[in-house]
Design a protein around this ligand. Structure first.
Ligand SMILES: Nc1nc2c(ncn2[C@@H]2O[C@H](COP(=O)(O)OP(=O)(O)OP(=O)(O)O)[C@@H](O)[C@H]2O)c(=O)[nH]1
Ligand SMILES: [Mg+2]
Length: 257
């Protein structure tokens, strides 16, 4: 259970045919109703506070011409691998910095450090997402340069990070071809909140049952994403298109062109 956002599964729906899972006692119902309203109030408070801090972060980034990207995906889709290759190819010609989010360990930050780019690791403990306050604190450590690209790798999770604005310029969702092409339908909020989708591990397409067109069709049903880039962090395929998109974002933030 996530103690930060309270995503313990309250309000869940059971899909079954028997329909015996409801408790119709009035007392029980009221108790649940009170609990539900307390959870909703707490959630509103947390999200409101997060939104205020996210706007502070956004103002800070805009003032310094920093392009901040929030990378979200399920665990193991290849966020760190994509960043490693991106930094190897773009840094230091393009100033970059990285904030790494994981529940435990500094494994990802160590991998990024090897590229030479400035990096800071946030460990969220039991938390299943980054929030704007964590990013605010991390920025003070990593000190992204003026006009830099700031990559924020979120905790691997396709649910809770959807709710937490970090003050980013754009949200990048990564799906890998080993996860199944139905993911947009199963995790619509995460897709709905994203601006661009990277489809990673395309080198594995011959070995898995993943229909790229189907996945893109599902994503279009639940989101406004209009840019899908197929990449392989392992072979480098498609990365030039990703770099071109990054350049476009940097130019927009810096008001160039
Ligand atoms: N074949 C193949 N494997 C890849 C590719 N990208 C990443 N991987 C592998 O997938 C595994 C997970 O990659 P990571 O980059 O650690 O994934 P992540 O999204 O950062 O994972 P978390 O931080 O734990 O959520 C590693 O074993 C990578 O080598 C790819 O394009 N092709
Ligand atoms: Mg990672």
């Amino acid at each position: 259970m996530c103690i930060t956002c309270g995503c313990s599964g309250d309000g869940h729906h059971l899909h079954g045919h028997e329909g015996h899972d409801h408790d119709h006692s009035a007392d029980h119902h009221h108790e649940h109703h009170d609990q539900d309203s307390r959870v909703i109030t707490l959630e509103q408070d947390i999200l409101h506070k997060n939104q205020l801090l996210a706007e502070r972060n956004r103002g800070f980034f805009e003032a310094r011409g920093i392009t901040a990207l929030n990378l979200v995906s399920s665990p193991g889709s290849g966020k760190t691998s994509i960043l490693e290759r991106t930094l190897t190819d773009l840094y230091p010609a393009q100033p970059c910095a990285v904030i790494e989010g994981d529940q435990q360990t500094s494994c990802d930050a160590d991998r990024i450090k090897a590229t030479g780019a400035p990096v800071v690791q946030i460990n969220t403990g039991k938390g299943c997402h980054l929030d704007a306050e964590m990013v605010h604190a991390a920025v003070k450590h990593v000190k992204p340069a003026q006009d830099s690209l700031l990559f924020i790798e979120n905790v691997g999770n396709l649910v809770c990070p959807a709710m937490f604005d970090l003050g980013e310029s754009a949200r990048v969702i990564i799906i890998s071809v080993t996860e199944g092409d139905d993911k947009p339908l199963k995790y619509p909020d995460m897709f709905h909140s994203a601006n661009i989708c990277l489809i990673n591990k395309i080198d594995l397409l011959p070995y898995v049952n993943f229909n790229v067109d189907k996945m893109i069709g599902y994503a279009r049903q639940v989101s406004h994403i209009d840019r899908f880039i197929q990449v392989s962090a392992t072979t480098g395929q498609g990365m030039e298109e990703w770099y071109a998109w990054l350049k476009e974002q940097v130019n927009v933030v810096q008001g160039v062109g």
